[in-house]
Design a protein around this ligand. Structure first.
Ligand code: NAD
Length: 298
């Protein structure tokens, strides 16, 4: 089985490496030559363009690109995938994009006889390196079954979410909830501490009570409550505020198109936007607690 892989960034490069480790033959393309060279050293074949990947002998092509405009250009542009690919080659886009764009591109692929899955991931760069990503997959049951063994080489939880676009729906809904819940935990922790409580004790109460959630018990935003989380190392690493902002933008845009209110999602988006505009877009998103803490240095 030969796989084509396009987009060798923070996520794509370790995912592609895991495919090589699993024994797949791999052709790779990225606009960044250095990223291609690194994968070639690991055993991949270089390609000159998305079209060249498509004209090669890949049975499956995976893309891991920043956002919808990049996905449209790689799939639909000149020397792009769709123009050049053989019918029946399976296309898998793992980028996080809006569900409407995912469905549009999949519809064009289908017209050309190519099955396509949207398969965004969660788990971050650590999960990509460890091969423990969660894949949220939209597309037909048969195409999902075909993709599954390949996705298992890069991830641990492979979930079929329904028809085309539904992988992106699951991703935006989950990340919107994460963005909101982090702000909720930040607000509660900052209030408790301002009223005189010890942060660790308060987190202990929340985590054995009804306020408990992932943002409180696994990724607490208050420094010193948990070891090995961004809050305890100056909010470095982790999931950047600007990446959270991107996902909340996708959620609010998708909501607008569906005429579905996302009141807290929109408010969360504005809070992260204000924090980013103050110059903190590179900090982990849990640093949003500094908007509440009187002693904050950010
Ligand atoms: P990145 O910016 O590190 O990598 C993107 C890569 O795509 C770059 O190497 C870039 O050169 C390449 N690229 C851009 N346009 C291209 C084109 N036209 N042709 C070929 N290559 C092109 O981004 P990332 O962190 O790897 O994220 C990729 C996707 O995964 C995004 O949609 C992101 O939202 C999503 N995601 C990221 C994380 C994370 O923690 N970084 C977690 C989950 C999901």
């Amino acid at each position: 089985m030969h796989i084509g892989f396009i987009g060798l960034g923070n996520m794509g490069a370790p995912m592609a490496r895991n495919l090589l480790k699993a024994g797949y033959a791999l052709s790779v393309f990225d606009l960044n030559d250095a990223a291609v060279r690194e994968l070639v050293q690991a055993g991949a074949l270089p390609a000159e363009s998305p079209g060249a990947i498509a004209r090669g002998n890949a049975d499956v092509i995976i893309t891991m690109l920043p956002a919808a405009p990049h996905v449209r250009s790689v799939y639909l542009g000149d020397d792009g995938l769709i123009q050049n690919v053989r019918p029946d080659v399976l296309l898998i886009d793992s980028s996080t994009i809006d569900p409407h764009s995912a469905r549009d591109v999949a519809a064009v692929a289908a017209q050309h006889g190519n099955p396509m899955l949207d398969a965004p991931v969660s788990g971050g760069t650590g999960g990509a390196a460890a091969g423990t990503l969660t894949f949220m997959v939209g597309g037909s049951t048969a195409d999902f079954a075909r993709a599954r063994p390949i996705l298992e080489a890069m991830g641990k939880n492979i979930i079929h979410c329904g028809d085309s676009g539904n992988g992106q729906v699951a991703k935006v809904a989950n990340n919107m909830l994460l963005g909101i819940s982090m702000i909720g935990v930040a607000e509660a922790m900052a209030l408790g501490v301002a009223l005189g409580m010890d942060a660790k004790t308060l987190a202990g109460v929340i985590n054995t009570s009804s306020g408990r959630c992932w943002s409180s018990d696994t990724y607490n935003p208050f420094p010193g409550v948990l070891e090995n989380v961004p809050a305890s190392r100056g909010y470095s690493g982790g999931f950047g505020t600007d990446l959270m902002l991107k996902d909340l933008g996708l959620a609010t845009e998708a909501a607008k198109q569906a005429r579905q209110p996302v009141i807290l999602g929109a408010l969360a988006q504005q809070l992260y936007q204000a924090f980013s505009a103050q110059g903190h877009g590179g900090l982990d998103f849990s640093a949003i607690i500094n908007q509440y803490r009187k002693d904050s240095t950010h």
